[in-house]
Design a protein around this ligand. Sequence first.
Ligand SMILES: Cc1cc2nc3c(=O)[nH]c(=O)nc-3n(C[C@H](O)[C@H](O)[C@H](O)COP(=O)(O)OP(=O)(O)OC[C@H]3O[C@@H](n4cnc5c(N)ncnc54)[C@H](O)[C@@H]3O)c2cc1C
Ligand code: SF4
Length: 456
Amino acid sequence: MSSNKPVTDTADVRPGRLGEEQIAANFADMHPPLTPSEAVIDADRCYFCYAAPCTTACPTGIDIPGFIQKIRSGNLKGSAHTILSENIMGGMCARVCPTEVLCEQACVRNTHEDRPVRIGLLQRYATDPVFDEAIPLFERAPATGRTVAVVGGGPAGLSCAHRLAMLGHSATVFEPNEKLGGLNEYGIAAYKTPDDFAAREVAYILSIGGIDVRTGAALGKDFSLGELRAQYDAVFLGTGLAGVNDLGLDKEQVEGVVNAVDYIATLRQVESKASLPVGRRVVVIGGGMTAIDIAVQSKALGAEEVTIAYRRGQESMNASRYEQEFAQVRGVMVRYWSSPRRLLTQDGRVRAVEFESTRIASGGRLEGTGQTFELAADVVFKAIGQKVLWERLAETAEIVDVREDRIVVDEEGRTSLPGVWAGGDCVYGGADLTVSAVQDGKLAALSIDRFLRHPE
Ligand SMILES: Cc1cc2nc3c(=O)[nH]c(=O)nc-3n(C[C@H](O)[C@H](O)[C@H](O)COP(=O)(O)OP(=O)(O)OC[C@H]3O[C@@H](n4cnc5c(N)ncnc54)[C@H](O)[C@@H]3O)c2cc1C
Ligand code: SF4
């Protein structure tokens, strides 16, 4: 089991390391919106490619030249419709997509110049007014009388529910948390989505109608998959990764060793960020987005020394080169080729981590060099990945095919169990990105629709 302890106060772990004003500045919007003239200049840079590579690179297949053309002609509402009809979370994706490895990486401007069209920011420019002014762009089709249980109110579940509602089906979303949104609400770095955008987007999605919401309701605790299958015409599982991988070290339960995602969830919900206890010296173990996010946010809260330790080299990190550089610019140290060996403690608290340097052995395997070093730490964040919380979903695991601890689905999102679909982070082979979860939910809804209209 992973530890889930709050970070508690000591001499070197305390709130108020920075004043409210400084913290507000540190957490300001990472990519401020474009002004109208900036948007037009950027839109003019688009070559409007035929068979546009950016569209192919977008997991939701947004017609990118199409929406940019509409920005150029001043038709912002039409532009937003083009985006949101493929990706109902196009507002959030505009803020959180790693565009440098998706649409913008594919932009042909990269080969002629060194800078792509800023697709993410243009997408935000087109969609912001829709959420700011709650402009209705989608309508429910006449009710079909068919019902679908959607388990999990994250990007996958909400995208599925919205598409089902558009198609006239009734969706019921079951969510254990108080708020919908999944990691958009509880996980994404605060500086990527300020001003309660996640909640505003959820409200917009629900405003289509035909989506019933049950919060405080968890599969495996409050109801079973068997019950859902009996009560609904179809079921969609979008439960994400609610568990956290352990480091596999002794004393992981000790004070000061904390799950990064739990701390981020608290940070996202707390009213005053200055009230959060912050370590003076913070060590983050991991190499993905979560590691970058907890490191940068610790620094933004006033931690003096923040080090990410990753057991392989820079190019193997799940976090993109852009994200790694972003962390470094924000004052985070990254130590590659460093594998944790021991947690060193004093009076029941962590005080340091012992690492062993690593290298690639001749067969390509990662091995320790035998050389060790210590990093002093008041707080150690575990950020080596999340997993499906099978303890809770034991019944589901018994009846649905699972590979490497994730649910197996086909290209339409169908599980091995008839009438049950799945998508997002909980499925095998996914990209673990918001945009991919949205696509999974959309494709599953379209497949469910075909099944409900033409059951075999
Ligand atoms: C710290 C962090 C930062 C990230 N940053 C980015 C980023 O910048 N850009 C990006 O593209 N991606 C990012 N990601 C990944 C992205 O957030 C996920 O890929 C995406 O949220 C997956 O959506 P989902 O709907 O599958 O799962 P989730 O967002 O996890 O939603 C799953 C929902 O299911 C609910 N649930 C869980 N168990 C049950 C149950 N038993 N019964 C009912 N409901 C249940 C959960 O409470 C949750 O609301 C980040 C992830 C993390 C952890
Ligand atoms: S959804 Fe993401 S990947 Fe797709 S076009 Fe928008 S920013 Fe790019």
